[in-house]
Write a protein that binds this ligand. Structure first.
Ligand code: SAM
Length: 258
């Protein structure tokens, strides 16, 4: 917040800490802090910027604040599970701000990315970010209910941070989350509605050596109980967070049986 108000870069050099804050900028920090505390507004909605996989994105309340641990996997080009040099097409389902799609575009400059979301409002933000990084030729932004707009397309990687909060947990969420679009969080009684929709169609949209990468956060236990036969891979995330699984295309055939 101080960095933002003082216009200090996100990753400042040593000298930045010695720079005095002017009275005007201090007042700005105070005003932001007051809103953050009193209204419980997440900071990125106050500053309209969020950092994801080294990218500075525009955000507002039309999109979830990007924070998926998938950032780290994208930076590592989903190795060792993806044949990184052969990746040509990637689908990001529920792209929101476009964070994961853009991280993928940077990590795989030769791949075409489809960034889809059901929310037209979220897609406005996504388009703004795609333009910001001058990636309109590499990233296609589409309104889509899961796979609806990409019927017939096949991908090397399907990635998603879908909504995955169950009904009971929705009621218990801290106030900060209420500033985020419910469409980005809520997913049926047990939180798995979106994951089920992805499982239903992912195999036919993946190449044979493709992978599916999905964040489910703390809905991991519910998922494991619902799909006891699926050989989920849960990568370690060094930067913190977790609850992201990978599945190979060939293993997805077992998803239909639950
Ligand atoms: C948890 S947010 C993730 C946003 C972004 N990918 C990120 O990681 O910051 C989930 C996103 O899925 C979108 N979504 C919800 N239901 C969807 C559906 N049926 N089809 C496509 N997108 C959906 C929401 O609008 C929201 O943008």
């Amino acid at each position: 917040m101080v960095f933002f108000s003082a216009r200090i870069p996100h990753e400042p050099g040593d000298g930045a800490y010695a720079r005095p804050l002017t009275a005007r900028r201090r007042a700005r920090v105070d005003a932001l802090l007051r809103r953050r505390i009193a209204e419980r507004i997440p900071l990125p909605y106050l500053t309209h910027r969020a950092f994801f996989a080294g990218l500075e994105l525009y955000v507002d309340t039309r999109v979830l604040v990007p924070r998926s641990p998938i950032a780290e996997l994208a930076l590592q080009r989903f190795r060792p599970w993806a044949a990184a040099r052969r990746v040509r097409r990637i689908l990001d389902i529920g792209t929101g701000s476009g964070a994961i799609a853009l991280a993928c575009a940077m990590a795989f400059p030769r791949a075409l990315i489809d960034a889809v979301d059901i929310s037209p409002a979220a897609l406005q933000v996504c388009r703004r970010n795609v333009r910001k990084f001058d990636l309109t030729k590499q990233v296609r932004v589409l309104r889509s209910d899961h796979f609806d707009a990409v019927r017939g397309c096949r991908y090397d990687i399907i990635v998603s941070n879908p909504p995955y909060v169950g009904r009971a947990e929705m009621r218990r969420l801290p106030r900060e989350y209420r500033h985020e679009p419910a469409l980005g969080l809520s997913s049926g009684a047990d939180g798995l509605d979106s994951v089920r929709a992805i499982f239903a169609d992912a195999r036919r949209h993946l190449n044979d050596d493709g992978i599916l990468v999905v964040e489910v956060g703390n809905t991991e236990g519910t998922l494991l109980r619902a799909y006891p036969r699926l050989p989920f891979i849960w990568p370690d995330i060094a930067m913190g967070g977790g609850g992201v699984f990978l599945l190979r295309a060939t293993d997805l055939e077992k998803a239909s049986g639950g």
